[in-house]
Design a protein around this ligand. Structure first.
Ligand code: MFK
Length: 560
């Protein structure tokens, strides 16, 4: 037998090895804040490459189990998770992955600090970030709309940095009737003596091991449609550990996210508390999914970073056709493209984190607020789609090894696939962007923001960056002209073009942010590679369909 064996890829400290992340943080944070948070990020970066990674693999190897009955036939509906999964949750509390955002020690930059931590933790964590995202969203919803009593009982636990008191939360929105069209929610809330109990099926409830959940239900007598829905708080178990009239049917058999307990269940008279006023449930729950969507973006960007680190390390080890992969020009180009996509996703995500922090601390201008609203869906859909394509390319860069489960690599692709599905599909988010534009001219504000940033590029950097800035400007003009032309063709035309517009604006903004980063790096260090990433991201946005297809044309096109 040929004695040759190939060394696999190895991970180093996920913060110390990430120059792009360090340089970004140096740009947006004060020197004092950077110095303050750097040791914690270095510590977490080391944990992510060792302890958290090992736990992540163990959690995947021992997926959750639904135990419907006890040995004597009593219905118990226990969901057993691995010790590793529980440990991952403890670490998340210890590292203050939620608490950092609510302690607000660094004012409106606390969200940047928090998402830097999530970025390091996420790709090693076997998607323990799923319940954490919902926990953060629930904390925000309670902070905004919860009663003093609920804040004292639940908010304090969701935002705790103590693993012994930390609670996680579910977000139970999806029913059999639809995950996207929430207006069809069939769960009913009955009110007796001023107290609510819920009856109905929830079709995808992730993190069913959480202590609490936020959900939607229609109060008896409320009108159909989304305006009849209200938002409720519930606890899964009482003090004795008995389920709150919840019947668990089974755990989902999913393509990825296999360590995450995702259940189908029925609420059979579940005690719940109304949050906010009756009938404003969709509006209120949007405060929750606006947060989970930023987590989604951050996880997507972090997966891309992880894939990039692995592919690059491997390229330095693997020899083919007489030299290492890294020495093959075509492979260099493939890695450069992966790097550009990864850095673009990083910058656009962290820009949203900056705006979110400002919005929460009331330091956002009106422009910032509109920008955040329109960027939230764009960045979620953009990073998710990019992450899936990126993971596929990363796997390919390992050849057959990338296709074998025991290398741990296929997980990158399986897990990435959910990013464009949960928390709003690409099309649903594209339409959300259209609504944000229709209501407040969000895309015009984004275009203005891109223009302003380009104009700020300093004279000294222009020799290196000027050409790229010109290309972005020219693509932006095309995109804006196209947007206005499509708008004139009517709302159906805008809908049909929404995805291309979102992806196009995503590329343009990511490239602009990279250029601003390059400008700062050139002034600070006299060198930068960020603009080379920007250059790769800009291409004229793909031509969206300007002329509207008739139903018949569309049908025959699809059949073709
Ligand atoms: C590990 C487990 C793996 C499992 C695999 C994954 C399986 C998938 C599981 C899932 O199903 S995850 C859940 C995915 N579903 C969603 O994320 C919901 C997607 N649908 C939407 O986002 C729809 O756009 C929405 C439900 C919001 C549409 O509902 P409506 O009632 O038609 O909303 P409408 O009328 O546009 O907005 C109602 C109010 O909310 C408005 O406020 P006003 O009444 O003051 O005008 C909106 O402005 C506000 N709103 C809506 N979207 C908003 C928002 N506010 C801020 N941001 C937003 N994005």
């Amino acid at each position: 037998m040929n004695p040759f064996t190939q060394d696999g890829p190895k991970l180093g400290n996920q913060f110390s090895d990430d120059l792009a992340m360090q340089n970004y943080l140096k740009r947006v944070l004060s020197e004092k804040m950077y110095k303050e948070i750097e040791p914690g990020l270095t510590h977490l970066g080391a944990r992510a490459a060792n302890e958290i990674l090992t736990l992540g693999y163990a959690a995947e190897a021992y997926p959750p189990k639904h135990i419907p009955f006890d040995p004597w036939g009593k219905r118990i509906d226990r969901i057993e998770v691995s010790q590793a999964w529980r440990e991952l949750e403890r670490i998340s509390a210890e590292e203050k992955l939620i608490a950092t955002a609510y302690e607000r020690r660094h004012g409106d930059l606390s969200r940047v600090h928090q998402f830097a931590k999530i970025y390091l933790y996420s790709p090693s964590s076997a998607i323990a970030t799923c319940p954490l995202a919902m926990t953060d969203g629930a904390a925000r919803a309670l902070e905004l709309y919860g009663s003093a009593e609920l804040k004292a009982r639940a908010f304090s636990k969701l935002t705790s940095g103590n693993p012994d008191t930390f609670w996680s939360s579910g977000q139970w929105m999806t029913e059999k009737t639809g995950g996207s069209d929430v207006s069809l929610t069939a769960t009913v809330a009955k009110k007796v003596d001023g107290k609510f109990t819920l009856y109905g099926d929830k079709w995808f409830t992730s993190a069913t091991t959480s202590q609490m959940a936020i959900t939607l239900a229609r109060i008896e007598g409320a009108p159909p449609g989304s305006k009849g829905l209200s938002m409720f708080y519930l606890e899964l178990r009482d003090e004795k550990g008995n389920l709150n009239n919840i019947r668990v049917h089974r755990l989902k058999d999913k393509l990825g996210t296999r360590a995450v307990p995702t259940a189908e269940l029925t609420l059979e008279g579940t005690a719940a508390t109304l949050i906010g006023t009756e009938g404003d449930g969709v509006k209120k729950i949007s405060s929750l999914f606006s947060i989970t969507r930023v987590w989604n973006s951050c996880c997507a960007a972090s997966f891309m970073r992880r894939g990039m680190f692995l592919a690059r390390d491997y390229a330095h080890k693997r020899v083919a056709f007489g030299k290492k992969l890294i020495d093959h020009p075509l492979h260099q180009n493939t890695l450069a493209e992966l790097e550009a996509q990864s850095q673009g996703a990083f910058h656009i995500t962290f820009r949203v984190a900056e705006l979110l922090g400002k919005d929460e601390l009331n330091t956002a201008t009106e422009n910032d607020r509109v920008l955040l609203r329109v960027l939230n869906p764009i960045v979620k859909l953009y990073t998710a789609k990019k992450a899936i394509a990126h993971a596929s390319e990363v796997l390919e860069s390992f050849g057959g090894a990338g296709y074998c489960e025991d290398t741990g690599l296929p997980r990158l692709l399986r897990d990435a696939q959910v990013l464009s599905i949960w928390e709003g599909t690409t099309n649903v988010l594209s339409l959300d962007m259209v609504r944000a534009h229709a209501k407040e001219r969000g895309l015009d504000i984004l275009a203005k923001e891109i223009q302003n940033q380009l104009e700020k590029i300093s004279e000294s950097s222009l020799p290196a960056l000027g050409g790229i800035a010109e290309s972005i400007k020219s693509s932006l003009d095309t995109a804006v002209a196209m947007l206005h032309k499509i708008e004139k063709s009517g709302s159906d035309a805008l809908e049909q073009s929404a995805r291309e517009l979102a992806m196009g604006f995503g590329d343009l903004y990511a490239a602009t942010l990279l250029l601003s980063q390059a400008d700062w790096e050139l002034k600070s260090f006299g060198k930068s590679l960020a603009h080379l990433c920007a250059e790769r991201l800009i291409r004229a946005p793909k031509q969206p369909p300007v002329s509207l297809l008739s139903d018949r044309q569309l049908a025959s096109l699809i059949q073709l």
